[in-house]
Write a protein that binds this ligand. Structure first.
Ligand code: 0O2
Length: 268
């Protein structure tokens, strides 16, 4: 068998994860721009390290020549959500892209079918087309979708599994199982006040967007040389900001928008 040129072999996996990172983050951005709750909290990607690929091949008795055909999580994407309900919303968003952006090969619901270790997560393996200089390559990629609590548990358990190298003491295993149940209880409890949390976040987001627009409108006055007006609005904004509710900020911004129209300031 020829020696593997790892740099060349892993390049399309890197491209796949880079492209998926951008696409999935754009789903998140779309929700935020529209001031609705994004089921996606965080997108992370990684290409498995060479030693980790070799360890997995060894553990699963995969011949070196079959590594790229049989290991399907060399390219990995992790999506972290706030709530369990959000995980299934993300799953649906991914299913909606099936056949358009990629092909879904397999789904594994380790939330409803918790692993004996206590591991919970939703896995989707997709086949993603990477267009390279020398043609198209189909790259399998494992998307793991989990809550922040599930992620916390999995990260700790993963490190301990690595530390004990398959010989984890029974009392640690039991502790981890108990922690997995406790952390899922937290997820379930949080889920019951999901609507209230989302509502609060929406108010914060709307306030942030309004403050951004106000400051931009004030800055525009500077750019067209209306320094006095700028100082006047700036002072008014600083005086009222601390106690202002959404309606007050909205009305204040409206005044600025009217002024911008009056001065024909190009707003983008
Ligand atoms: P890494 O370093 O995260 O990439 P398996 O034989 O079960 O490990 P398989 O059959 O390829 O793997 O698929 P599966 O079950 O979907 O698991 C793939 C990945 O899911 C693992 O990759 C882990 O990231 C995660 N995972 C699965 N089970 C567990 C678990 O019990 N604990 C934790 N912490 N993670 C788990 P790798 O290659 O093991 O590790």
């Amino acid at each position: 068998m020829d020696i593997i040129n790892w740099k060349e072999a892993l390049l399309p996996y890197k491209q796949a994860t880079d492209e998926l990172y951008i696409k999935l983050n754009w789903i998140k951005k779309e929700f935020i721009e529209l001031e609705t709750h994004s089921p996606i909290e965080l997108v992370q990607t990684r290409v498995k390290s060479i030693s980790s690929i070799l360890d997995k091949a060894n553990k699963k008795e995969i011949a070196l020549s079959n590594i790229f055909d049989e290991i399907e999580d060399i390219a990995g994407v992790r999506i972290t959500c706030k709530f369990v309900e959000d995980i299934y919303k993300v799953v649906q968003l991914i299913r909606d892209r099936d056949g358009k952006d990629f092909i879904i090969k397999e789904e594994e619901d380790y939330i409803n079918n918790t692993k004996s270790s206590g591991y919970r997560s939703y896995h989707i393996t997709i086949l993603y087309n990477v267009i390279m200089a020398e043609g198209t390559k189909v790259i399998p990629c494992e998307i793991q979708i989990r809550t922040m609590a599930m992620n916390f548990w999995a990260t700790i358990e993963h490190s301990l599994r690595y530390k004990y190298n398959g010989n984890m003491p029974e009392h640690i295993k039991q502790k981890l199982e108990a922690c997995a149940e406790a952390s899922f209880k937290l997820d379930t409890e949080m889920g019951t006040i999901r609507d209230e949390i989302i509502q609060t976040q929406k108010i914060i987001q709307t306030k942030e967007n309004l403050v951004y627009k106000i400051l931009k409108n004030i800055q525009n006055l500077y750019y067209i040389g209306k320094i006095e007006k700028m100082n006047e609005f700036n002072k008014e904004f600083i005086d009222m900001y601390q106690d202002a509710d959404i309606e007050t900020l909205y009305n204040f911004n409206n005044k600025l928008e009217i002024m911008a129209n009056l001065y024909k300031i190009n707003q983008k």
